[in-house]
Design a protein around this ligand. Structure first.
Ligand code: AMP
Length: 285
C-alpha cells in the first residue's frame, strides 16, 4: 500500500495502473475509520482492480462553530486498517494542496434544491463544500467508480446529481449503512458521546424503525408521523433537528400513493449531531 500526499503523485500512480489496463475504485473519507468505511473499501475491491482511499478533513464542508478543529484525526490507525483491508493507495493531501487559494474567491460546485433541504437547511454551505471537494478529488484521482455510504443518504443524492448534471465520467455506487450491535449507525462522531449519551443514541434508529412500522401498517399522515417521531426523540433525551418522510428518488415530499420512501433524521445529543435514515418500500408485487 502506498501513501500519497501530493496531486502529481496520485496522477503518477493512477496512470501507471491504467497503462497496465487496471480499473480504479475510489473511496473518499475524512478518516477516523470504522467498519462502515472498511465496508466501502470491500465493495470497492469488488468493483475495480485497484482501490484508492482519500483521507481529508475538508474545511469547506464545516460551518462556523462546527467541529472541524476537533474532528478526530487518527492517521496511523487508519493506515493500518486500510493496509489490512487490502487498499492499494491512500491519498492524504494537506489542506493547502486542495485549497491553494482564498476559500472566499474560489470556484465552487453548487447542486441546487437538494442542497438546501434537511441537513442542508441546518448546515448552510455544507453540501457546496462536499460537492466541491468531491469534484476536485474525482479530477485528481480520475476513478472509474466511486463508493459512498447510504448512511449519508442526502450526500449520495447530491453527488449523483452533480455527476449527472456535469457528465462526469465515472459510476457512483452506494453501500448500506453499517451499524453497531445495538443499531446505532457507525460514525466518527459517535466518539464524542459520553456513556450516558451513547446509551441514548441507538434510540435514533429505534425511532426510524418505529416510524417505518407505522407506515407499513398503513400510516399515511406523514406530517403527523414526523411530529410524533420528533416528540418521541425529545422525550428520550435528543434535541431533534429534523425527522422527515421523503420520496427516496428525489427527496421530495411524498403523497399517499408514493411507495419508495426514505425516513431521514438528524438529532443532537449534547453538542453532537447524529444522522440516520431508513428506506421504506411499500406494496410491490
Ligand atoms: P466520512 O469519513 O464520515 O466523510 O465518511 C466517508 C464515507 O463513509 C461516506 O461515503 C460515508 O457515507 C461512509 N460512511 C460513514 N459511516 C458509514 C456507515 N456507518 N456505514 C456505511 N458507510 C458509512
Amino acid at each position: 500500500m502506498i501513501q500519497i500526499e501530493t496531486t502529481p503523485e496520485v496522477g503518477a500512480a493512477v496512470q501507471g495502473w491504467r497503462r497496465s489496463g487496471q480499473s480504479i475504485a475510489f473511496v473518499p473519507t475524512m478518516g477516523n475509520l470504522h467498519r462502515g468505511h472498511l465496508a466501502l473499501v470491500e465493495r470497492a475491491k469488488r468493483e475495480a482492480q485497484r482501490v484508492i482511499v482519500s483521507i481529508f478533513v475538508n474545511p469547506l464542508q464545516f460551518g462556523p462553530g462546527e467541529d472541524f478543529e476537533r474532528y478526530p484525526r487518527t492517521l496511523a490507525q487508519d493506515m493500518a486498517a486500510l493496509k489490512a483491508a487490502g487498499t492499494d493507495g491512500v491519498y492524504t493531501p494537506a489542506v493547502a494542496d486542495i485549497y491553494p487559494r482564498d476559500l472566499n474567491s474560489m470556484t465552487y460546485v453548487e447542486v441546487p434544491a437538494l442542497s438546501d433541504i434537511l441537513c442542508g437547511a441546518s448546515r448552510p454551505g455544507h453540501f457546496r463544500g462536499v460537492a466541491t471537494v468531491v469534484n476536485k478529488l474525482f479530477n485528481i484521482v480520475q476513478p472509474d467508480v466511486a463508493i459512498f455510504g447510504e448512511k449519508d443518504f442526502q450526500q449520495v443524492m447530491v453527488i449523483r446529481r452533480m455527476v449527472d448534471d456535469l457528465s462526469m465520467p465515472l459510476r457512483i455506487i452506494s453501500a448500506p449503512t453499517i451499524r453497531e450491535a445495538d443499531g446505532l449507525a457507525m460514525s466518527s462522531r459517535n466518539g464524542y458521546l459520553n456513556p450516558e449519551q451513547r446509551g441514548i443514541a441507538p434510540g435514533l434508529y429505534g425511532q426510524l424503525l418505529h416510524c417505518r412500522d407505522r407506515i407499513v401498517a398503513g400510516g399515511r399522515d406523514f406530517p403527523a408521523l414526523e411530529t410524533e417521531a420528533a416528540a418521541a426523540l425529545e422525550k428520550r433525551g435528543f434535541r431533534p433537528d429534523y425527522f422527515s418522510v421523503r420520496r427516496a428518488n428525489d427527496l421530495g415530499l411524498p403523497a399517499g400513493a408514493d411507495t419508495d420512501l426514505v425516513l431521514l433524521c438528524a438529532a443532537y445529543l449534547g453538542s453532537t449531531r447524529l444522522i440516520d435514515n431508513l428506506r421504506v418500500t411499500l406494496g410491490g408485487t
